[in-house]
Design a protein around this ligand. Structure first.
Ligand code: AMP
Ligand code: MG
Length: 373
């Protein structure tokens, strides 16, 4: 059996890396990722050249990984059944991720979502059940966070230069910010389950699901593994996780929450997770700087500007990765005080990492206690 010394943690939660990253020492690395991602976009079929399959039956762990959504995915699973070929499973995973990306990405020009964004109709537009499911969940989190989480924030994301069109780094003109702000508001967007459809209440609404789609993808892969009878796994899609069962040593999976500094990767805290989603949102891996001021890719829909409080990162544990992903972004907008209050009141497990001087302080809601090691 496995004779190796148990690792301190099985998985490190990383802040998702986006197609564009302009801050910190990791820039060349991320630029590289973007180049790889852009190169893969036209290859709608066939396994990506980046994907890797690592099956090591002797140590019980199978690792399936590759590129997706401007970052990477990793699926770690224990005791793959002999009847289940790792390469088949890997193909299924890649196909599922491709389906989600082709439907929900604003970085894929002819995705279902981008077709909706380009449409100027205010009638119901038929949409896939998956797109409606994710949008409806986004709307629920918008209601819960009083609009701090808002997927109609797309025009502002694009204006501030964090959308699919790479633009020069600069603070937009006030009039442009105003004009984009007019088009933002989750109540301007409606979803319908039967038959599945989306509807704009303004012709120029633009929806950006980047803050929730990776979490959804982790849930989809988790369901795929459940259906194949896999009982122990960690699914990681660009840093959003879904976790079940035990690690190869038979212990609960240990998830390291990263200290929010771009230069080094070190653990802030280790959580023990079984049967939940874990997501992190942060401002330290995707930002730009003008005149010594830092502009994050997380936009406050109320001010139409990047968040500017001292919150460096939020990690959420929730029943689904989709919920965790959306909540992490929403609480990142609300900040260390209002975000903490909401999470504590709602019984949400949230870990806030706040910048203080040259270091950080940590604040966890009581619900995080259930995941302490
Ligand atoms: P995440 O890393 O999950 O927090 O997602 C961040 C991404 O979500 C950004 O790059 C934007 O595309 C988008 N976004 C920015 N601000 C918001 C917001 N307030 N609500 C929803 N999505 C947002
Ligand atoms: Mg998110």
């Amino acid at each position: 059996m496995n004779m190796s010394v148990p690792a301190i943690s099985d998985v490190r939660v990383r802040i998702p890396l986006y197609a564009k990253h302009r801050g910190g020492a990791a820039t060349p690395f991320t630029a590289l990722l973007f180049a790889a991602f852009a190169a893969l976009l036209p290859a709608a079929c066939g396994r990506s050249v980046e994907s890797r399959l690592e099956a090591a039956p002797t140590d019980r762990l199978t690792v399936l990984e590759g590129a997706t959504m401007g970052g990477r995915y990793t699926v770690k699973l224990v005791d793959l059944a002999p009847a289940l070929a790792a390469s088949d499973l890997h193909d299924e995973i890649e196909a599922a991720l491709r389906r989600i990306n082709d439907s929900m990405s604003t970085f894929v020009d002819d995705s279902e979502l981008m077709r909706f964004n380009r449409s100027t109709s205010t009638d119901w537009m038929a949409a896939s059940p998956a797109l409606v499911e994710v949008t409806a969940e986004a709307q629920r989190v918008s209601a819960l966070t009083d609009g701090a989480f808002d997927v109609t924030v797309g025009p502002l994301v694009n204006l501030w230069g964090f959308g699919p069109d790479l633009r020069p780094e600069a603070v937009p003109a006030a009039a442009d910010i105003e004009a984009a702000h007019e088009r933002v508001g989750f109540r301007l967007l409606e979803t319908r389950d039967e038959p599945p459809a989306l509807r704009k209440h303004r012709p120029d609404i633009y929806v950006d699901l980047s803050a929730i789609a990776a979490g959804y993808a982790a849930d989809v892969l988790s369901a795929l593994l459940d259906a194949r009878g896999v009982k122990n796994y960690v699914v990681d899609v660009t840093g959003e996780l879904r976790v079940l069962g035990h690690n190869p040593q038979g212990q609960p999976w240990a998830i390291a929450v990263e200290r929010p500094v771009p230069e080094v990767r070190s653990a802030e805290r280790v959580l023990q997770i079984d049967g939940a989603g874990v997501a992190t949102s942060g401002d330290y891996r995707n930002w730009f700087e003008v005149d010594g001021r830092r502009y994050s890719h997380i936009i406050d829909p109320r001010t139409a500007r990047p968040v500017s409080h001292g919150l460096a990162a939020v990690t959420i544990v929730a029943p689904t990765a989709m919920r965790a992903d959306a909540l992490a972004t929403g609480l990142m907008v609300l900040g260390p005080e209002a975000g903490y209050e909401l999470a504590a009141r709602e019984g949400i497990a949230a870990l806030f990492i706040v910048r203080e001087g040259r270091g950080f302080t940590e604040r966890a809601t009581p619900a995080v206690g259930a995941y302490a090691r």
